[in-house]
Design a protein around this ligand. Structure first.
Ligand code: PAF
Length: 289
C-alpha cells in the first residue's frame, strides 16, 4: 500500500482554500472527525473514507466546548505526532486538520448549535452541555471541509443520532456514514479513554461488553422484559468494586426511545464508571422472532 504523508493544516482559512482546489478538480471529500489519540476504531473510519472518496481529511481537535467543567478536557490525550504515524498504518490521509482552540473559537465566538429531542436522554441527561458542543464543532468542520461524506463510529451511538438529526433539520448537504464498533480481541470497545484504565480496571471494564453479549443471549432465549435485561447488566457491573452505572437502557435504534419490551431491533446502551474512568458501550440486537 502506498502511504500518503498528510498535509498538516492548523489554520481554518488555509483549509478552506485547500478544499477549494479539491472542489475545482471535482474531487469528492470524506471527513473523519476525531479528537486524536487515534486507535484502530478511528483507522477503520479512515479506511472507509478512503474507499469512498478521492480525498480524506482527518480532523484532530480536542473540542473544549463538549467537555463540562470537571470532565477530562485537560487530561484528554494529545498525541499528534503519534496520530500521524498511526495513520500510516492505513496508508495515511490527504489532510490532517489540527487547529488550536483559539483558531476554532476566536475571541467573540458566540454561536451554539442545539439539537432538541434526541439530546435530552442518556448522555444528554448526564452531560447536559455535551451535545451542543459536539453539534457546534461538527457543523463547523462540515462547513470548513464541505465534505461529501463524514464518518462516525457506532460506539458513540447517540452522537450519530444527534449529527444525523442536525444534518436533516438544517439541510446540511453531507452524507453521514455510520461504521461498526471496533473491539479489542477480548471484546472491550476501542476508546481513547481506555488508556486511563489501570491494568486491573482494564480487566474489570470487560464486564461492559460481556454483559451486553450475555443480554443478547438472554434475548435469543426469549427474554423480552427490558427491566429484567437492564437489571441483570446493572447487577453484573455493580458487583465490581469501584464500578458504578450511569444508565443501562434498551431503546429503539432509530429514535432512542426507551422500550419496555423487546420487539424488533433494539439497541442496549450503557454508561458506567470503572474507577474514575467513564466508559460507554452499546449493542444492536435483532431478535430471531
Ligand atoms: O467522537 C468524537 O471524537 C467527537 O465527539 C467529535 C465527533 C470529533 C467532535 O469533537
Amino acid at each position: 500500500m502506498d502511504t500518503i504523508q498528510p498535509e498538516i493544516i492548523t489554520n481554518p482559512s488555509v483549509l478552506k482554500k485547500r478544499i477549494d482546489t479539491f472542489r475545482a478538480e471535482n474531487k469528492s471529500i470524506g471527513l473523519v472527525p476525531t479528537m486524536g489519540a487515534l486507535h484502530y476504531g478511528h483507522l477503520s473510519l479512515v479506511l472507509a473514507s478512503k474507499g469512498d472518496n478521492d480525498v480524506t481529511v482527518v480532523s484532530i481537535f480536542v473540542n473544549p466546548t463538549q467537555f463540562a467543567p470537571g470532565e477530562d478536557y485537560e487530561k484528554y490525550p494529545r498525541t499528534l505526532p503519534d496520530d500521524i504515524e498511526k495513520l500510516a498504518e492505513v496508508g495515511g490521509a490527504d489532510i490532517v486538520f489540527a487547529p488550536s482552540p483559539e483558531a476554532m473559537y476566536p475571541k467573540g465566538f458566540d454561536a451554539n448549535v442545539h439539537v432538541g429531542g434526541v439530546t435530552a436522554v442518556l448522555e444528554g441527561k448526564f452531560r447536559p452541555t455535551h451535545f451542543d458542543g459536539v453539534a457546534t464543532v461538527v457543523l463547523k468542520l462540515f462547513n470548513l471541509t464541505r465534505a461529501d461524506r463524514a464518518y462516525f463510529g457506532q460506539k458513540d451511538f447517540q452522537q450519530i443520532a444527534v449529527v444525523k438529526k442536525m444534518v436533516a433539520d438544517l439541510n446540511v448537504p453531507i452524507e453521514i456514514v455510520s461504521c461498526p464498533i471496533i473491539r479489542e480481541p477480548d471484546g472491550i470497545a476501542m476508546s481513547s479513554r481506555n488508556r486511563y484504565l489501570s491494568e486491573k480496571e482494564r480487566q474489570d471494564a470487560l464486564v461492559l461488553s460481556r454483559s451486553l453479549m450475555e443480554a443478547e443471549k438472554q434475548i435469543a432465549e426469549g427474554v423480552r422484559d427490558t427491566a429484567v435485561i437492564c437489571a441483570d447488566i446493572r447487577q453484573k457491573i455493580e458487583q465490581i468494586e469501584g464500578a458504578s452505572v450511569d444508565y443501562v437502557v434498551v431503546a429503539d435504534p432509530d429514535t432512542l426511545a426507551e422500550m419496555e419490551r423487546v420487539a424488533g431491533n433494539v439497541v442496549i446502551l450503557l454508561a458506567a464508571r470503572i474507577g474514575s474512568t467513564r466508559l460507554i458501550d452499546n449493542r444492536v440486537i435483532t431478535p430471531k422472532r
